[in-house]
Design a protein around this ligand. Sequence first.
Ligand code: PGA
Length: 252
Amino acid sequence: MRKNIVAGNWKMNNDLKATRKLVKQIRKSIKGEDLNNTRVIVAPTFVNLATAVKRSKKSKLEVAAQNMHQATNGAYTGEISADMLKSIGVKTVILGHSERRAYFGETDALLAEKVNAALANKLEVIFCFGEELADRKAGNEEAVVEGQIKNALFHLDANAYKNIVLAYEPVWAIGTGETASPEQAQDMHAFIRKTLSAKYGNDVADSVSILYGGSVKPANAKEIFSKADVDGGLIGGASLKAEDFHAIITAF
Ligand code: PGA
């Protein structure tokens, strides 16, 4: 059975002190909680990953990186490799976030390389994709999403999907306060599963967790998560407050 996942993408927020504090608050808030088949993940900035990993040991909280470089090592000033993440105990990496695509020029082709590097290093990938507002207005959202998935993931064999989580994040709903309606999310998630099924069969399609991201908050989480093909959320803004994040985790 596929897992539910609530993952907090902290983006470029929280210094060392704030990281320690928030990890501690989240740890405490889920301790003794029946998480009901739900994994809880936070993704702090690179510099605070090691601290977050250490401070979430012996708890249900998992730690992910927000990005990584595709090369094993070498002359890539300012970059971080899969191996480095692994060496500090990180097991999951977010790839393809729309902010990486928009501000740092990450393309489907580059993301395919990053996905390969992560999987080769036995890191789990939370792979993000989603259409822009203009795509949706033009009725092209399914074609855009299908293209993003095919270009970055369809070279993989079925087995690889044991280590892949998908995150549908319509760009127009990220950080804007505007959320896709639960029906819009469900429709797209069902389409994503159908796309996976056509290529890999139902077993793979049914086993992959598909998260929704874009202005998820305590007030709307329950309804979005109640949809059949929505297996959780990738949460930005609301993951920075322990109370809100906890309310979202327990929305399942
Ligand atoms: P948001 O961000 O929840 O602040 O809209 C979501 C994301 O970027 O993953």
